[in-house]
Design a protein around this ligand. Structure first.
Ligand SMILES: NC(=O)c1ccc[n+]([C@@H]2O[C@H](COP(=O)([O-])OP(=O)(O)OC[C@H]3O[C@@H](n4cnc5c(N)ncnc54)[C@H](OP(=O)(O)O)[C@@H]3O)[C@@H](O)[C@H]2O)c1
Length: 343
């Protein structure tokens, strides 16, 4: 049976959840697509790297990690990451390393290398799509391979797939949404009257507020997401530093109460539209939203995107309180697209 060999760059939350999903669905994939999916490369920053052209034992790898926090030392390789990327036997790279929203690196170089070798690439990391989308898309096209990135905005929720496959020939004219859970949660809790220290403590315990939440609070994460969206859906050709960005760092309880007296709530909104010259303008800023508006009901870790097109007006898609499996499904779904491309 034909194989699909995967290289996983990064094996943290998303990589491990993807490996579990792959194990769960492996036999079904074989039955439906007649394709044996194996993982030949896994790299991490501190846990070690593994390379086995015959396929890494994922069950054992996950067990080893659970027990010791590392890979079995008999299975690890000393071959450096660059060499694995450039020479190892794989068909599809999965870029699952941490985001650097200011550069999109080293993830972009990982993807460049794989695409340059004529390998498919899938990324959950939004950096490459926010900083280098058109270059990577064109490289993939020239090499006749797939470059997929569904996970970079709203996890596995079909946003890019929705537009590509179900809104054919409809031109996207505007995108708007609430895309950052941390700020959404903080604003909602402030409105309930909770103290900031308590909000941050609970958010950290629930696992979605980072030790240093500045990337979220100052709107960098949202700027990265809206840039990725606009580059793909509106061919914006922009980078995150071109977003007119303001986070929620200066929002006070008084602002929230004032908004309340006007029947409004404050939300951190991302937007992209065309200006009169046909250029895409992107903004991230806190805005007052009427309590009756659908956006006002989007709370906690729920996200929403509204996509306006010339032919289908405005459609909105909501992702309700995702967990890590929904992120894993994003890259899993992209992997199925790679299998379909090769069939
Ligand atoms: N978590 C989510 O819900 C979610 C949702 C959407 C998108 N994403 C994106 O998905 C990506 C992965 O997220 P995650 O939550 O899985 O992150 P994570 O838990 O921090 O895992 C990152 C993994 O990458 C490894 N790594 C770091 N630098 C590397 C390098 N230069 N080369 C190879 N491996 C490297 C880390 O090694 P160690 O294991 O040694 O630390 C770790 O295994 C990020 O870009 C994130 O923004 C995540």
């Amino acid at each position: 049976m034909k194989k699909l060999k995967l290289a996983l760059m990064g094996f943290g939350n998303v990589g491990q959840a993807f490996a579990e999903m792959l194990l769960e669905k492996h036999d079904e994939i074989v039955e439906k697509y007649e394709r044996d999916v194996i993982v030949t490369v896994i790299t991490t920053a501190t846990k070690g790297k593994m390379y086995d052209p015959q396929g890494i034992d994922l069950v054992k790898t996950l067990k080893d990690l659970e027990k010791t926090g590392k890979f079995d030392e008999n299975s690890v390789t000393d071959v450096i990451e660059e060499k694995l990327l450039a020479e190892a036997d794989y068909d599809c790279l999965m870029e699952l390393t941490p985001l650097d929203i200011f550069t999109g690196q080293p993830a972009t170089d990982h993807i460049r290398c794989a695409l340059g070798r004529g390998k498919h690439a899938i990324t959950a990391n939004k950096g490459p799509v926010a900083w280098y989308f058109s270059e990577l898309r064109d490289l993939a096209e020239s090499k006749r391979v797939g470059f997929f990135y569904e996970t970079v905005v709203m996890d596995g929720t079909p946003v890019f797939n929705l537009v590509e496959h179900t809104l054919k020939m409809a031109k996207v004219t505007e995108v708007a949404g609430i895309l950052n859970s941390t700020t959404n949660f903080i604003l909602e809790e402030m409105e309930k009257g909770c103290a900031m220290d308590d909000i941050m403590d609970r958010g950290r315990k629930m696992g979605f507020i980072e030790a240093d939440p500045a990337m979220d609070i100052e709107g960098y994460d949202a700027a990265g997401k809206v840039t990725a969206l606009l580059n793909v859906l509106m061919d914006a050709g922009i980078t995150p530093d071109q977003v007119d960005r303001k986070g929620i760092e200066d929002i006070t309880i008084e602002d929230i109460n004032d908004a309340k007296t006007r029947g409004n709530v404050i939300k951190l909104l991302c937007r992209g539209t065309f200006d009169e010259n046909g250029n895409v303008i992107a903004t991230v800023r806190p805005e007052e939203v009427p309590k009756t508006d659908m956006l006002a009901s989007v709370n906690s870790t729920t996200s929403v995107i509204s996509i306006t097109t010339d032919l289908m007006k405005k459609n909105s898609i909501v992702e309700h309180e995702p967990e890590i499996a929904q992120t894993a499904y994003g890259v899993f779904g992209d992997m199925l697209r790679v299998i379909e491309l090769e069939s």
